[in-house]
Design a protein around this ligand. Sequence first.
Ligand code: HEM
Length: 487
Amino acid sequence: MILKMLAFLVMLAASAAATNQDWHPAVDSVLLSQIRENSPADLMSVSNGAPVTYCEVNSTLNKPLIRNAFLMDHVTSMDRERTSGRTLHNQGSGAFGYFEVTHDISHICKAKLFDEIGKKTPVAIRFSPAANEKGAPELNRGARGFSVKFYTEEGNLDLPGLNMPMFFSKNPLKFREFVYALRKDPAVYLYNPMGLWDIIISNPEALNMFLLVFGDRGIPKTYRHMPGYNIHTLQVVNEKGENHFVRLHFTPDAGIKHLTSAEAQKVAATDPDFYTRDLYDAIEKGDYPSWTVSIQIASEADVQSHGWCLFDITRVLPINDFPKYPFAKIVLNRNPKNYFAEIEQLAFCPANLVNGILGAPDKVYEARRFAYADAQLYRLGPNFEKIPVNCPLHVTEYSDSYDEPVGSQATQNAGLLKIKEEEPYNLDQAAELYENEMTADERARLHKTVIAMLTPASSSVQQKVIELFTSVHPDLGNTIAQGLNAR
Ligand code: HEM
């Protein structure tokens, strides 16, 4: 047994040596290869490279352990191996691939990643159940993150979005209570489903998004069948300095598909990590998931005619007024080699923008610009942007009098539009979604889900929720009331 373990550890050490870089800042390459040739590369070593004796590996009895460098390496590296998890979207899976321009949108946006049809930009994507703790079954009902990092020639562009085209609130002050309502109750460390009804009752505008969560969208078939939305209306600028306001959609080429609650429970019972496994396996066998990227475009004149509701993130931009133009593809073709290094430490921030993309003028976006980097300073430490997966592809950090980098010639953007945030109103869109966009079958599944979720609630909570659903659509309120009475 001991020999087997030793052989395994030797194999690990050898594979680590094989991945060493071929250069070292302190030594020229000829000397380096001589040292490497003379090094006992097939022996285990401690962190300074010194070989470990057989005795150190196998026996701790009757020895001062503090002097066993091998043991100390083991213990201290394990003690410090974790970073604090994300405060939300803590569970997740990810992969790498490319973004490819298929249609020209350079008349709308001057960002270099869009400047040529056929141009490819590397991307990292992370998918994440919004409220899950690590280790929870991935297939529970809820919104999911769909975050894209573009490693562009002008720096990293991050678009952390969701699989829903709208958000529950347009007020950043509501965000913490929402997150806490979805988490486990701190007193008993159990989920309390009543927290969600509280949020919906005090923020009726949340219903537009939750109709989707309670409907089929709430449990995607796989991440490969899940759409993504940046939600916010981003301000972009072209070479002439003209502004446009855009929403981005990522539509899976495999189709948007879902599981019913019963199907999901069945899968989760045998494979709680089903989404992660499915994504990994598909990429490993060359069945690369892909998404068509489309853009909805509004002009300054559209903002004047439609008003500030174009920036309301609890609403969608109506497709009839703002059609979707497909302009790019995203293909995921590489799995992480090391989940911790490449996915756990991956950090997205809405403030990471590139020339030509100014961000969104709404208040939630403004709050998010600050919140993500603040969270990452805590979760990953002050040098989180130097972690390889977060590093831009081109970075000039250092200047001296011999080799001074010059400032970019890019023209300055005008500032973000100043918008007036109005009280949220989206009942018209929720009604449209329920009546015209959901099929009769989906509506029936939605009723069933809501009735099951509301059954344990007190009758006063049930009554308030029924009133809200009735204000969306009388059929919705009545069917739920009848279903609850029948129980
Ligand atoms: C005031 C509103 C919001 C605040 C304060 C906020 C804050 C945060 C924070 C602190 C994180 C963890 C970041 C990390 O540790 O790396 C996070 C993650 C995330 N948020 Fe938000 N968020 C807000 C709204 C939104 C909205 C509107 C969306 C969708 C458009 C969104 C999508 C995500 C996603 C997808 C992640 C996971 C990113 C990843 O995969 O690493 N959040 N959010």
